[in-house]
Design a protein around this ligand. Sequence first.
Ligand SMILES: NC(=O)c1ccc[n+]([C@@H]2O[C@H](COP(=O)([O-])OP(=O)(O)OC[C@H]3O[C@@H](n4cnc5c(N)ncnc54)[C@H](OP(=O)(O)O)[C@@H]3O)[C@@H](O)[C@H]2O)c1
Length: 262
Amino acid sequence: MPNAPDWRALLRAARPLLPAPALLTGGSGRLGQELRQLLPELLAPARDELDILDPGEWLEHERPRLIIHAAAFTDVAAAEKQRDECWAINVHGTRRLARAAAACGAFFILISTDYVFSGDEGGYREDDTPGPVRNHYALSKLAAEEAARAALPPGRLLVIRTSFRAREWPHARAFTDLHTSQDYIDRLAPQLALAACLAERMPFDTVHIAGPRRSSFELARERRPDVQPASRLEAPVDLPADVSLDTSRWLAFIREQAMLLG
Ligand SMILES: NC(=O)c1ccc[n+]([C@@H]2O[C@H](COP(=O)([O-])OP(=O)(O)OC[C@H]3O[C@@H](n4cnc5c(N)ncnc54)[C@H](OP(=O)(O)O)[C@@H]3O)[C@@H](O)[C@H]2O)c1
């Protein structure tokens, strides 16, 4: 992308602004591991130390000033069969953690997903109406957003909708007719870490942080040049045509902050 911000340089400049102590849930996950490398000062207790379904005691003791909530039930296919477990972790877990955050005065960041949109039109902006969702995972993440909004006072919540995948493209084929703003995790994690440092400065409660809109095939070819084209209509599950996110709010905010950060 021409003139793309130098995300790592911005993160270096903004890092002193990260509130301390800051808690990361889901620290053993795909995103969590990347964030811990970029921001090693994050407290990242394992699930057996801090279960998000019962967060009160840990939060009362540690009293974080910021919570980055990345823990979730993320297996979309399994969520169809384990609906109760997915709902408990994503909705009840988020609600309990957000209420505990409100009780100790912590700012709360919820990592959410492009899947809250139907994927029929693409180019979704933060204020677009979500849904209709395509699966139970997406429903639970949308409900999690609303649970967090209900639990936190104004100005103490940031919902970040994003879409990422592992560093490599694992498949031999990729869809030419599925458009997305998904990006590789190593490209997006510095932006998400930067957003955590600057979250309390944001004059909005929802932001889209993702890559540029392109087909899955174009995304795949960036890291696997021999990938072969395929159609989403061949997939065994119903896939959206275009679930891309409009990221202009984030980019405008960062342009403004870049000047302040020098
Ligand atoms: N992956 C994507 O493409 C994508 C796209 C958009 C948004 N997101 C969102 O981004 C966030 C991170 O996703 P990810 O792919 O990095 O997740 P992931 O690799 O599936 O990891 C999930 C994390 O949640 C933790 N966890 C689950 N239940 C928990 C509980 N009851 N208490 C405490 N921790 C619990 C897991 O801990 P254990 O290791 O102990 O199981 C693990 O650390 C999620 O909110 C997800 O919805 C993901």
